[in-house]
Design a protein around this ligand. Structure first.
Ligand code: TMP
Ligand code: ASP
Length: 238
């Protein structure tokens, strides 16, 4: 299995083909972006941290029975993944009000919810990834109703596993974003990344933000938060 041509370059990752048509290589870059790419910086070591964090978190959900694209780490910044066609929807789960939900509904960040929120956003940078109702997604063919129901159940399971995993190291999972992909046989796999770029993670005692909001809102040095999450997770498993 060898690295092939660049298939896709995103804001924080590159995806390469391999000599095996079922496998791709994900390479995590040192870039951080926010607000649809309008804010951009580089942080030496971010790619390595997210490669390790995402690999670890994808393995944790896979161990609990959620099929994912992750195969194994290849190097400091690369991981081997199964090739999928990405469903053009971002699946967001929220355990507390934060970010765009706080802004859209005028509710204070940190407010508790009666149950987790399931949201879909249409993956389209030009439109700014707008929130869509499941009915929009199904009626326009972004995903079938059965895929939407499947993703909702899967994301609820991921929420339970990740919340427990983080709670065990004193971190609260506030919200997160997932992406799913289709395999050749039409089945879905959890794809993309699970990292502090795609989750809000707050220290359970102090409320300190350990995730990408440090960069979005200029709160604190970005990678100190990422290193702290990885340190706690590694300590818990040794
Ligand atoms: P939001 O509150 O800005 O809608 O973000 C909800 C969650 O989704 C948060 O954990 C950050 C994550 N997210 C991404 O991973 N990518 C994105 O492009 C956006 C807007 C949010
Ligand atoms: N990843 C998105 C961007 O670059 C937004 C975000 O995570 O805040 O622009």
């Amino acid at each position: 299995m060898e690295q092939g041509r660049l298939l896709y370059e995103g804001k924080a990752k590159r995806v390469f083909a391999t000599t095996d048509p079922d496998l791709v290589i994900f390479e995590y870059k040192d870039d951080a972006t926010a607000f649809n790419g309008t804010k951009h910086s580089q942080f030496a070591g971010k790619g390595e941290l997210n490669n390790r964090l995402s690999g670890r978190l994808l393995e944790a959900v896979a161990a609990a029975g959620v099929p994912t694209h992750f195969v194994r780490l290849l190097s400091a910044t690369q991981q081997l993944c199964r090739r999928v066609v990405i469903v053009p929807l971002e699946v967001v789960i929220r355990n507390r009000v934060a970010g765009s939900m706080a802004r859209r509904l005028g509710i204070e960040e940190g407010t508790t919810l009666r149950h987790p929120v399931f949201e879909l956003c249409y993956k389209n940078d030009e439109l700014g990834d707008p929130l869509v109702a499941p009915s929009h997604a199904a009626a326009t063919g972004m995903a079938t109703w059965s895929e939407i129901r499947w993703m909702e159940r899967s994301a609820a399971t991921v929420n339970r596993i990740l919340s427990e995993h983080m709670a065990a190291v004193g971190i609260e999972l506030i919200d997160f974003k997932l992406e799913y992909g289709r395999r050749d046989d039409g089945s879905l796999l959890l794809a993309d990344e699970i990292s502090p770029d795609t989750c809000r993670l707050w220290d359970r005692t102090t409320g300190e933000r350990l995730d990408k909001d440090r960069f979005r809102r200029d709160l604190a040095p970005l990678l100190d938060g990422y290193r702290e999450i990885l340190r706690r997770l590694e300590e818990a498993t040794t």
